[in-house]
Ligand binder design. Structure first.
Ligand SMILES: [Zn+2]
Length: 477
């Protein structure tokens, strides 16, 4: 039985979805104004592993991830500039062009990491009318109020506001709204904007829409949605008013997800999310990633250093999603070696015995125990290694690791499609002939030639088997 840790209750629970056999899952996606760094991409891989685990366990998963292409200010609260406009100014493009550019890079990176596509990828700017409707509902039932600058959610009206963060309102007040007070009519610092009018600091906003909300400073209620209402609107529109799982980084607990719960539950009167899941951060060389430290890596940076993106996926899998993980280039190098070792063993296993094998029961059981224990992928990976190093029949080992890879997503099956070049086969044949003739020195020279070509030979009673030395490089990205 699948157990998962729920942030709201700070406990592990048996997983029971709303509808038997189905899971609705929402992940807060990227704000698409910049190339996503490997910390953001860890979140992508963690979600992918969770979705694959759910699918492996027999659930039909409807997985929705959004793109924030408007309304996320440079602070998670109500102050600062819209990140999309910041990106647009930086590159002399329109916010829409910026969104197109960075969505394309993000999707390419997800493919390189072998992360499955969400069932639905949605853009905030396509859901403006849903955000307006939700905001109107909150105004109608008095959970929201209007000033000349924005429509705010009234956090004091929602009694359970601090349930997710477990931070007292007073401590959130001190944390909220650092910087300049932009709206003197905002009732409480924890109140957050559902709709910003195209006025005040946002008078020159590049992206805005008419709305039914009224301010004397703008015509037709022109403005744009707040970041938090976007996720509530997109998730509920696509998944219904109660979601099974909502995922995001731990940084979303005190503000973004706290606000999502408040506005969604105030609007519907229903439980918004049954299980809240949060992943921890990635550190680089023991420190938080920052431009000033020069430790912010993108996939492209790593590819330019010669690393295969799948090695990064393997690296991520070595830590549990709720644990912090420290990235170093040395650790990534170890992941390259580990993955090469797995792939070349697979090439070998296939050649030893081409018959269909069956899954090894004992290890299969251990694997399921690991993934069903709050998605313990590091433990599942250890079971994979146990299989690789076991004395079981090669064909059964192969069948078992390929089955595990449905969850792990390391593209192990892809290496089986690779055929050793004719030239190498010819060299192997010549070497076998030399060995038969007891010309061992010449045979050895030929073996070294084969190695120089990037392959290695292993001799068995039944004959010689050739595998690639660095099979990872054969998996075209
Ligand atoms: Zn979100």
């Amino acid at each position: 039985m699948l157990q998962l840790y729920d942030t709201l209750t700070r406990k592990k629970h048996a997983f029971n979805p709303l509808e038997e056999g189905k899971v609705s899952l929402y992940q807060c996606g990227p704000t698409v104004y910049w190339t996503q760094h490997i910390g953001n991409l860890r979140a992508v891989v963690m979600t992918d592993l969770i979705v694959r685990t759910l699918e492996y366990s027999g659930y039909a998963v409807k997985f929705v991830r959004n793109y924030t292409d408007v309304g996320h200010l440079t602070s998670d609260s109500d102050s600062g500039e819209d990140k999309m406009e910041k990106g647009a100014k930086r590159e002399g493009l329109s916010p829409k062009q910026i969104a197109e550019k960075y969505i394309a890079i993000f999707e390419k990176d997800c493919t390189l990491l072998n992360a499955q596509n969400p069932t639905i990828s949605c853009r905030a700017t396509d859901y403006i009318s849903d955000m307006i409707q939700l905001t109107q509902k909150l105004l109608d039932n008095k959970y929201a109020y209007s000033t000349e600058l924005a429509v705010y959610f009234d956090t004091k009206k929602f009694a359970a506001y601090d349930t997710l963060s477990r931070q007292k309102m007073e401590s959130l007040v001190t944390g909220a709204g650092k910087g300049t007070v932009e709206d003197v009519h905002k009732k409480s610092p924890t109140d957050f904007a559902l709709w910003f009018f195209k006025a005040g600091t946002h008078a020159h906003a590049l992206q805005y829409w008419p709305s039914p909300f009224r301010s004397r400073l703008v015509e037709n209620g022109e403005g744009f949605p707040g970041w938090h209402i976007e996720c509530s609107a997109m998730s509920m529109k696509n998944l219904g008013e109660t979601l099974d799982i909502h995922m995001g980084g731990v940084e979303h607990i005190p503000v973004h997800h706290t606000n999502e719960i408040a506005q969604s539950e105030a609007a519907t009167g229903k439980t918004f999310v049954r299980y809240w899941m949060h992943y921890e951060h990635l550190l680089v060389n023991g420190e938080k990633m920052s431009k000033s430290l020069g430790n912010v890596y993108s996939i492209d940076d790593l590819q330019q250093k010669g690393f295969h993106p799948l090695a990064l996926r393997y690296f991520f899998m070595q830590a549990h999603y709720r644990s912090r993980q420290n990235f170093t280039l040395e650790a990534l190098e170890s992941s390259v070696n580990a993955l090469n070792s797995i792939l070349s063993t697979i090439m070998l296993l296939l050649q030893v015995d081409k018959h269909e094998g069956s899954i090894i029961e004992d290890q299969h059981k251990l694997f399921i125990e690991a993934i069903e224990d709050d998605f313990n992928i590091p433990k599942a990976l250890a079971v994979l290694w146990e299989v690789m190093n076991s004395n079981e029949a090669p064909k059964d080992k192969l069948a078992t690791v390929l089955d595990f890879d449905k969850v792990l997503g390391l593209r192990l099956r892809d290496i089986l499609k690779y055929t050793i070049p004719q030239k190498i086969h010819a060299m192997i044949k010549s070497r076998q002939l030399l060995r038969k003739q007891s010309k061992f020195d010449e045979a050895d020279t030929l073996r070294m030639d084969i190695e120089r070509e990037g392959y290695k030979v292993e001799d068995f009673e039944s004959g010689s088997i050739v595998t690639a030395k660095k099979p990872l490089e054969l998996l075209t990205a």
